[in-house]
Design a protein around this ligand. Structure first.
Ligand code: FE2
Ligand code: FE2
Length: 271
């Protein structure tokens, strides 16, 4: 089984970058499942029906997310029982008031099956329930012999490594998202778990994690809120290709990062 996974696909530059290369990636790697993290899909803030449909048309199998999942109010309509969009499984919620959506999806394609789990870290982010306990609970629900991919959406490299080792030999892959910066530490952990701390952003590379630098620099210098704008220059792709054997163990993980040439993608609104 081959899995193609894109970390945070940021706004229109990100969607256009995927569109520009997806056919070549499919031809070259023949993925059985294509997964994308869509917490920044609609203008950098959350996800809506229109932008998700664009990825559906490109052949995506399922979507993970993170702390920006609720930024666009349309998301509540996208989390019904049949949805391919999951949210962090450990999102905190009061007793008797379950969080909308789900944290795991089981995908089927021909004879192939893949469980996708999304959890979120707690260091330097809004505190949530324990991601280690959440993923342990979900693993008990996965049908036997089903390969598992976990998207660990977290800020701290330490927390991502910890969950990688916690799951080593128990899942096919632990892929990191959220930082928007790709790390060059992809490897196979003992027991056949593909691991990378962060797959990096798919979006405008000439940016501060997706936004135009000017407003962000001013925010850091003045320590006051400043208007920010989505960046559009130098769009590129961050993704990984993971090969999983018939025992549900990863045999390889290939990290890809490249820019794409797109003419005038930024005409009109930037959503
Ligand atoms: Fe993000
Ligand atoms: Fe995030």
């Amino acid at each position: 089984m081959i899995i193609l996974y894109f970390a945070d696909i940021f706004g229109k530059p990100g969607r256009r970058a995927v569109q520009a290369c997806i056919n070549d990636l499919i031809a070259q790697h023949t993925p059985d499942f294509i997964i994308g993290n869509v917490e920044n899909l609609a203008g950098g803030r959350g996800v809506n029906r229109k932008t998700l449909e664009e990825l559906n048309q490109m052949g995506f199998s399922a979507y993970t997310s993170g702390n920006h999942i609720w930024d666009n109010k349309e998301v509540y309509q996208l989390l019904g029982p049949e949805t391919k969009l999951i949210r962090p499984a450990n999102w905190s919620s009061p007793e008797g008031e379950p969080c909308p959506g789900k944290g795991m999806i089981i995908l089927h394609r021909g004879n192939e099956r893949l469980a996708v789990i999304n959890v979120m870290g707690r260091l330097f982010m809004d505190a949530q329930d324990c991601p280690f306990h959440a993923v342990d609970r979900l693993l008990k629900e996965v049908p036997p012999s089903t390969p598992i991919l976990v998207d660990m959406h977290a800020d701290a490299t330490s927390e991502k490594y910890a969950i990688g080792w916690h799951l080593a030999g128990r899942v096919a892959a632990v892929v990191g998202s959220h930082s928007h910066v790709q790390t060059a530490d992809e490897r196979i952990l003992p027991g056949g778990t593909a691991y990378i701390t962060d797959v990096g952003m798919t979006g405008a590379f000439d940016s501060v994690i997706g936004l135009k630098p000017e407003g962000i620099i001013k925010r850091f210098i003045t320590k006051r809120p400043q208007p920010t704008q989505q960046a559009s220059e130098n769009p590129g792709v961050g993704c990984v290709v993971i090969k999983v054997n018939s025992r549900g163990q990863a045999e390889s993980i290939e990290r890809l990062r490249f820019t794409v040439k797109i003419d005038a993608i930024m005409q009109g609104d930037l959503e």
